[in-house]
Design a protein around this ligand. Sequence first.
Ligand SMILES: C[S@@+](CC[C@H](N)C(=O)[O-])C[C@H]1O[C@@H](n2cnc3c(N)ncnc32)[C@H](O)[C@@H]1O
Length: 465
Amino acid sequence: MDDFQAATERFLTWFKSMGGEFREDLIKIQDLRSKGAGRGIIAKSDIPEECTLFAIPRSAIINVETSELAKKLPKVFEAAFEGDDEDTEPIDAWESLILVMIYEHLQGEKSQWKPYLDILPTNFDTPMFWSEAELKELEGTVLTHKIGKQSSDEKLLSRVVPVVMQSPSIFYPKGSSQLSESEVLSLAHRMGSTVMAYAFDLENEEDDIEEEEDGWVVDKDAQRMLGMVPMADILNADADFNAHVNHGEKLEVTSLRSDTKAGDEILNYYGAMPTSEVLRRYGYATPAYSRYDEVEIPRSAVVQALATATGLSSSDLTNMGVEIDNEDDDDFIIERESGAPNEEGRLIEEAKMEEFPELEEELKDALKIIKKKKPEVIADKRKRDDIANTVLKQVLLEKLAAYPTSAEEDRALLEKSDISHRHRMAIQVRLGEKTLLEEALAMLKARTTESTNEHVERPTKKARK
Ligand SMILES: C[S@@+](CC[C@H](N)C(=O)[O-])C[C@H]1O[C@@H](n2cnc3c(N)ncnc32)[C@H](O)[C@@H]1O
């Protein structure tokens, strides 16, 4: 038995000793490293719908309630939930769990979670850990300004690392050697990434639970409790999934479908998010998330295109009261109408590019202002539609041109077998964005053809009368 398998066995034995239930007749933990997915859970036989596959007692979860750390450093942790310290921001749920994880890790054999901690990752494929050359492959994508290594360093250095450095007698068992500040920082990064990719938002049994239209339960409580949930976090996930974690007295993982077959992977749901966000938070990418892909269009690009299309300058537009380029507003998001998974976790609706609601709304308002202030620029509805389409087409084409590679080049690269895992994921992210832009351009084209036909048809109808 190799080390990986031995660690899995030790973890499963420990899990049961903590009161965890695991249907070994139905499922098993499997080594999925050959497909870049670490450990996962696989069906050993066909599984019926609504079958409990495993259950985790709340006492096996690692969080501020179960770890001794919060009791040993009450001042630090009470503030986390009471707030209102005038001088310092209280630590949040995220920072609290990072501290708890650092503490449990440093306890070594003394931690009751040791066999669980042993199977958590020490390396990550999230872009936070990519080299400059690897990050270059993400140029032009929404991730260029979302990785935040520096701000995360600053936050950990000012809020997490000092707590460890100031209380060595609490964090280190007697006789163990202490880490330097930079070693604590890198441990904090490791635990931060673990929390990001593994922790669950824990719903209390008595919490204010609301059901969304699609039936997926959401909790509207502002202060959530984060926790590491052994076994539930062995589940990999996809946008199309077949299992669900129910938060009751215990946490129970149940099957959602009647057709889960022996050999199928049991997949959880991390949420509806673009490939870029899955990569940023979890360090992987699958084709099913591409339906949620997004592209950001900078506001300045829209103003520039509007100026060109109207023959006005950007300052003319500002002076007229066109406010598209407002610094406080976020960029425009281009995305599909993608629908939610059904109650079996299946994606049954086709994801379609239908409109750019916010962008079109603001463009319409801007054109109204221009028509009022300079009627000669927008003679009629047809001219207004032409300008709007020209602007939309221009910003989409500009965005497409901003990626260093073309969609065709990316498709060809994905055919190759000799590119690295990270490079492949970067291509999936940027190609997903380009495909979305191509769909947006096709939609605009179809719309323009439709409206031209309308304009051509109208006089004919009138002539017939
Ligand atoms: C909650 S853990 C799931 C268990 C994990 N595979 C392990 O071995 O510990 C989340 C991590 O699993 C991996 N993962 C989850 N779903 C995946 C999928 N569909 N394909 C590939 N990797 C996946 C990613 O590395 C992610 O950060």
